[in-house]
Ligand binder design. Sequence first.
Ligand SMILES: [Zn+2]
Length: 263
Amino acid sequence: MLSKAFAQNSQFKPFWGFLMMCDVYNRAMFKGKRDHIVLAGEPEIRVAIKRSSRSRRLSLRVSHLDGRVTLTAPNGIAQRALDSFALEKADWIRGHVAKRSVTEQVAFDGHVHIEGISCLISKGSGRSVVRDENTLYVPGSSEVTAAKVQGYLKTLARDRLVAASDFYASQVGRPYGKITLRDTRSRWGSCSHEGHLMYSWRLVMAPADVLNYVAAHEVAHLVEMNHSSAFWAVVEKLMPDYATHRLWLRQNGSSLHRYRFSD
Ligand SMILES: [Zn+2]
């Protein structure tokens, strides 16, 4: 499985020894304990603080669903350490919040990405959706535009994902079962023990090699049903530059979810 977690972890160790040695300073440090941090700027960003006795390090998370920012921290850590950590990571936070908060309704005169290229959605004629370079011609009234674009993308996604899966499966010499397309938020693809492959059809909006990487990744699970070094060796054999495309997905994958096809 290929997960879409956007967590940034830091090896920030709480200084227990120091706190226990100096009780006065300890109390002073906890005085300013807050449940959130506000990052000034445009827009102002609220970072919720979640203190947990189980967490051993600081981790930041931007929710895929609502863009909410959460900083999870070990219980005993000082407020000022959290403040400076959030400030230090402000650019990273802003980048992810910006990607999350923008949603685009798919409609005439809007744009949609197809295989990494931004295409203008324009009024078409006839019965079928037709792509001509950077324009997607969609017939019918505006009420059905989003559904027609979605149908076009799903068909194209199936075409590309079947071709890529066939190619990589022939490389490893293992057949796969059936291919299912879904609109998943938690993962881009998966491979079951029976050898069935599942993909997010939104991958067809990413650059072609990003989609190919996910297919190579899932097909490699037909050989190695784990994420061991042996598994990654199979992926690398199938796609020597896979790391670039994996990184693209980590950094930009959430942007594929900004398009809304229905209300
Ligand atoms: Zn995997």
